[in-house]
Design a protein around this ligand. Structure first.
Ligand SMILES: CC/C=C/CC(=O)SCCNC(=O)CCNC(=O)[C@H](O)C(C)(C)COP(=O)(O)OP(=O)(O)OC[C@H]1O[C@@H](n2cnc3c(N)ncnc32)[C@H](O)[C@@H]1OP(=O)(O)O
Length: 718
């Protein structure tokens, strides 16, 4: 709703009231319409101020209303009536003015903002466009290039930038509503002719066509297959080329193509999923709202390889004091040079400053004696990690949290090496650790709720999306990835090429297909793990070469590594590169011959494989593992898995994440295809649909937000 009152004698003050972000729900819109009518009809009122309750102007349309039957007054005529008013209307912006909130402010004649406010049109991130006149008013106000940038990226700008761009008329450090009321009094009676943005023309530009062509290329490259950014460009083009009324028609038409699209559903689901992962819980009953995180002011990182350096930077950027430990002198010296320049680059990118003294370096573990939390990031070797944890347990304060950055090793086993296993958790960062948003917080059997809460909170402070997961081989993300990679290898054996598989995945929306990604991250990484697990044995011949523990196995990755083909770093992998470290993947005839010979050697007759099979085999098997993970309680809900895949593995956000995608495709279809593939490949047991997936289908395939009930019922019967 909206509250209306008269203040300072002649100012009608309208306050949006819909906590926490004053979203424009039907009742808020009705409240605004009624209040504006009242203010304009009251002869004592000479000007109007619109503000939001509790220091937030407005977080935009109420996203929860989108999936339902829309009711209440629509935004477009509401904003039009405000702009057409014959009394000055001033927006008093505090907190956020986003989406419909900023569009409402653009309909006002003046905009005054607090210096700490953030403004933006983030509709594109929800699969939409700013369809309450945003695409037509913003370019008229700040010019086409700047508007294109804001609308197609959805980025939030500070009040200072908004002032510079011309979105705001004034920025204040004081009480914004008081300043706005005084301002409203000062402009009483002034002409509003030059204040109605819809009457402006866009500033002329010399080469509109190339500007829009470039913008189109940019958005298509940034989010492969996403339709909203394309529609945003088209709508802004309408602002640049058509009169306002026709531009508004075009905006409406384009919005109609987006509003009920699968991509909009996926992105809106993901908006709430991101927030749901913060409300973590574990099978033992620990929860986000009953667990108290401990304060962490000083942290340590053990091991300054690529991951350790990234983690050190991320901790320092979060304002912590960091002790960075590396026992190899040469590596320590390199890290001492690399970390400050990474910090400097980050500061330039983020427009922030960093305290250079916040990091101290040491060659001995003894230096961590007084820290609150340690993150171990040494080489992925259990014996080495055991030793580090034993040492830490002796050196650190008894209440120091001990975290491991292992990507797959047993957190419970590492905890058992310490005096306080309840203070051990996994903090699995993704490379580069100071850039990638995802953090898997891995709780062990004995991790205390406070330890999990502390790691989750620290992740948040570091700007990460922290997802709590249970302890198992590969945790959630890498465990699912393993199945996906294996299917990709099998497809090569059966007749596909890396190019075909990658094309299918990239057209689906991944920034890189599985083979290009594997070349980038290095084939030797997985090879080392497979060797440690006793899998990478290329001396085996005949049928046993392609079988491990009774299941199908492909040694293709191992064979490539034996040829010294580690990917980009060696200039050869699944593709060839112009030099070691080269970035541009080119098809490699050597690889195709190698595959032909390999198939001939193993009596494999290549067949024609289409993109649909690639997608079904690679993605459905990954999804199936996701259901297995949910069934085992390793992840608490589908949102956790979806956040992991979008933030850590390049799953296209406009497809919502693997579990949401399964819901969109239809669970019955996923089961049917998995069964078919399992029949064709009976020696791949994980192609069999998981018990949970089958149970969901048996329960009538409920929508994704109801899956937790089915999981809960199952767990309560155990
Ligand atoms: C007719 C179609 C017209 C479309 C035009 C639009 O306006 S589309 C909506 C555009 N607006 C946005 O995309 C803004 C979304 N919100 C945010 O970016 C942030 O919430 C915020 C406003 C910057 C505040 O961030 P903060 O970190 O302080 O809070 P949370 O993000 O945790 O949010 C608090 C709770 O509020 C819920 N919520 C936020 N925005 C909306 C919204 N627009 N509609 C509905 N609900 C919203 C959010 O989900 C949180 O709820 P929980 O239950 O606590 O999870």
């Amino acid at each position: 709703m909206a509250q209306y009152r008269r203040v300072s004698g002649s100012v009608g003050l309208i306050t949006l009231q819909n906590p926490p972000v004053n979203a424009l729900s039907a009742s808020v819109r009705q409240g605004i319409v009624d209040s504006v009518k009242r203010a304009l009809g009251d002869q004592k009122v000479k000007s109007v101020v619109i503000c939001g309750q509790n220091g937030v102007f407005c977080g935009g349309a109420d996203i929860r209303e989108f999936g339902r039957q829309m009711s209440g007054p629509p935004l477009v005529p509401m904003i039009h009536d405000i702009e057409a008013a014959n009394k000055p209307v001033v927006a008093a912006i505090e907190g956020s003015a986003l989406g419909g909130g900023l569009e409402l402010a653009l309909g006002c004649h003046y905009r005054i903002s607090h210096s700490k406010a953030k403004l933006g049109l983030p509709e594109v991130t929800l699969g939409l466009l700013p369809a309450a006149g945003g695409t037509q008013r913003l370019p008229r106000l700040i010019g086409v290039p700047a508007a294109l940038n804001l609308i197609t990226t959805g980025r939030h700008v500070t009040a200072a930038e908004a002032l510079q761009l011309g979105i705001l008329d004034h920025v204040t450090e004081h009480n914004t509503v008081d300043v706005a009321v005084k301002f409203a009094l000062s402009v009483t009676g002034e002409s509003l002719d030059g204040r109605r943005i819809s009457s402006f023309s866009c500033a002329p530009l010399s080469d509109l066509d190339s500007l829009f062509e470039e913008a189109m290329l940019k958005v298509r490259g940034a989010a492969r297959g996403a339709i909203a950014p394309v529609a945003c460009v088209q709508a802004v083009r309408a602002a640049a080329t058509l009169p306002y009324a026709q531009g508004m028609e075009r905006e409406k038409e384009l919005m109609a193509t987006l509003f009920h699209s699968g991509q909009a559903r996926a992105l809106q689901y993901f908006f709430f999923a991101q927030r749901a992962v913060g409300r973590w819980s574990t099978p033992s009953g620990a929860r986000w709202d009953t667990s108290q995180p401990r304060p962490v002011r000083k942290a340590a990182v053990i091991g300054l390889g690529t991951m350790g350096r990234g983690i050190t930077v991320a901790l320092a950027q979060a304002g912590l004091s960091v002790v960075a430990v590396e026992t190899h002198a040469k590596q320590l010296m390199e890290a001492k040079k690399a970390v400050p320049s990474m910090l400097k680059r980050g500061a330039v990118r983020g427009g922030t400053t960093i305290e250079p003294d916040s990091i101290t370096y040491s060659e001995t573990v003894q230096a961590v004696a007084d820290v609150d939390l340690v993150i171990e990031a040494v080489f992925e070797d259990m014996a080495l990690k055991e030793k580090v944890f034993q040492q830490l347990s002796i050196v650190c304060k008894p209440d120091t949290l001990l975290c491991t950055n292992t990507s797959s090793l047993d957190v419970d086993h590492l905890a058992s090496q310490t005096r306080h296993p309840e203070l051990v958790v996994g903090m699995h960062f993704f490379a580069p650790a100071h850039v990638m948003k995802l953090l898997e917080v891995v709780y062990g059997r004995r991790s205390s709720p406070a330890a999990v809460a502390t790691a989750m909170q620290l992740g948040k402070k570091m700007g990460k999306v922290s997802v709590a997961v249970g302890n198992c081989r590969g945790f959630a993300g890498n465990r699912m990835l393993k199945r996906y990679l294996e299917q990709a290898f099998f497809l090569l054996e059966e007749g596909a090429t890396p190019e075909l598989v990658d094309r299918a995945l990239e057209e689906f929306g991944f920034p890189m297909g599985v083979f290009r990604m594997s070349d980038l991250s290095g084939l030797d990484v997985g090879w080392r793990v497979r060797k440690a697990d006793g899998l990478a044995d290329t001396s085996l011949t005949g049928t046993s070469a392609r079988v491990r523990q009774g299941c199908r196995y492909s040694p293709l990755g191992d064979l490539l590594c034996e040829h010294g083909r580690f990917g980009q770093k060696t200039g050869r992998g699944w593709y060839q590169y112009d030099k070691p470290g080269g970035r541009v993947a080119k098809s490699d005839p050597w690889l195709h011959n190698f595959l032909d010979e390999y198939r001939a050697r193993h009596g494999l007759v290549p067949r024609c494989i289409d993109q649909q099979e690639v997608l079904e085999r690679c993605l459905f098997v990954l999804i199936n593992e996701g259901f297995q993970i949910l069934e085992e309680g390793i992840a608490a809900g589908p949102e956790d898995i979806d956040a992991i895949y979008v933030f850590g593995y390049g799953w296209p956000r406009h497809r919502g994440g693997p579990m949401f995608y399964a819901d969109m495709v239809g669970l019955e279809r996923v089961v049917e295809r998995l069964e078919r593939y399992h029949q064709a490949h009976p020696n791949v047991p994980y192609l069999q649909p998981s018990g949970l997936l089958r149970r969901l289908v048996a329960n009538g395939s409920p929508p994704i937000h109801k899956w937790r009930n089915v999981i809960k019922n199952r767990n309560s019967q155990l």
